[in-house]
Design a binder for this molecule. Sequence first.
Ligand SMILES: Cc1cc2nc3c(=O)[nH]c(=O)nc-3n(C[C@H](O)[C@H](O)[C@H](O)COP(=O)(O)OP(=O)(O)OC[C@H]3O[C@@H](n4cnc5c(N)ncnc54)[C@H](O)[C@@H]3O)c2cc1C
Length: 470
Amino acid sequence: MNKKIKPIDVLVIGSGLSSLVFLQSFLKKRKKVEVISPNLNFKKLKQNNLVKHITKILPPQMIGADQKVKGYFHWNNINLKENCKVFGSMEFGGLSNYWGLQMDPDILSDIKNLSFKVKKDISKSFLEILKEFNLAGKFKNYENSFKRDNFFLIKEQKKNSLKFEEFIVGFKNSFGKRKKIGAANEVSDKFTPENFYKKFLKKKNIQFHNYFVKKIKKQGNLIEVVCSNGNSNKSFLAKKIVLGSGTVVTTKIILDYLKFTKEVKLKHHPRLFSLYLTKKKWSNTMTFQPSQVHLKPKNKTELFTSDFRPGNKLIIDSITKFKKYLYIFKPILNFFRFNMIFSNTLLNSKFSNIYLKLEKDSSLSIYSKYKNIDKIFKQISTLVYNFLRKEKKILPIKLNYFPGFGADFHYFGTLQIGGKGKLSVNENCQLLNNKNIYIIDGSIFNFSRNKYPLGLILANAKRVAKVLTK
Ligand SMILES: Cc1cc2nc3c(=O)[nH]c(=O)nc-3n(C[C@H](O)[C@H](O)[C@H](O)COP(=O)(O)OP(=O)(O)OC[C@H]3O[C@@H](n4cnc5c(N)ncnc54)[C@H](O)[C@@H]3O)c2cc1C
């Protein structure tokens, strides 16, 4: 590497929402920034048989993203074993392009161990994000709520062991006087990387480099970032790097940097997918309606969260894609879609079962171990079903499906703040003993109560930008 090259001050890696929120705040104080953001043409990519099991079961929002998912595993040299289902996408915006638009406002529950100042700064940054994008929902004194569909009106249920809770919805709340979520513009009101970029970053001085990171190395006080565009390599030299490449890739880069070859546990929220039928239709006009309330236990509120949304054509498309025998029933399923309720139940991260291991050839293996969680899913599913029956919301039929470990799309907890040993960061999110490496994605938290992690991730990314520009 030619050391005469002038080093970049701060080099950001990734263009998901964590990186973009970081950039917005960073550029309030700095004039220019450089970003490694892969946006490659995958047409030439050969079949990657190792991830066929993933591209077959893409969630509704990701239909059509097969090549980007294959590219992610291929270029990042990740070997995903058949017994687990982890998703990733190499493109501008990454997985943040597809999120389900739900954010837990209870961001403080999972960071109780942090100092008072950090908690205060994270809260402040969260509030700023909500205000800047005018997001729908409630948080402390922030109230920008919307009129909920009658189907899930919240009642006080004293005798029940479960309760409904509100959350932040990833839509800009500018959808008409009555403020019904169905009036949102599903393209322009969404909190997506593209919309965020257009609103806050388009006119800023950002130099994007269309490369992906292969590895990072120490070069004296600097960090060398070795990249590729699939044809040739290029190295960048930086004084500080900020990793926002999503938990899996960020962890791989750090494991390789530290030559850490022991098994690492990836935290996530195992997800049960349920289908209920209703007598009364829950109609809506949206292509993909986000859910509007969360159901949680009153006690032990960290155990699980269930969300609910009415059926739509996208979900039916996705089901008939991976359950091919249902294809001939597609018109009938579509006809009855408003009599269907789809629900995700996300479990506490203590039920995680995904492991990462850096191999000698620098590839990353991702796998699960044998673990039967049927019992806990059965127990929870019965609780939710009985609750909905008692509330007279559903008919006495339910279908449950566990899509596999990792098919919850929430990956975190590998490099925790205040964690033990080499694989941890300090409260400024600097890697232990490596102050020029900052980490801003989900790697640094354990989301135990909070089952929709993006709110806390983004609030923290904004806070770290302020730390760096102080
Ligand atoms: C279908 C779906 C639904 C979801 N629903 C929700 C929800 O309702 N609520 C919630 O809180 N979360 C949800 N999530 C999770 C949420 O999307 C992620 O937590 C969030 O996107 C993480 O943002 P990030 O910026 O850290 O990473 P990402 O958005 O994944 O961004 C990673 C970036 O790194 C880039 N990259 C990849 N490899 C490299 C490399 N080698 N070098 C450089 N850059 C690289 C990618 O191209 C991308 O730009 C959902 C996810 C999915 C897929």
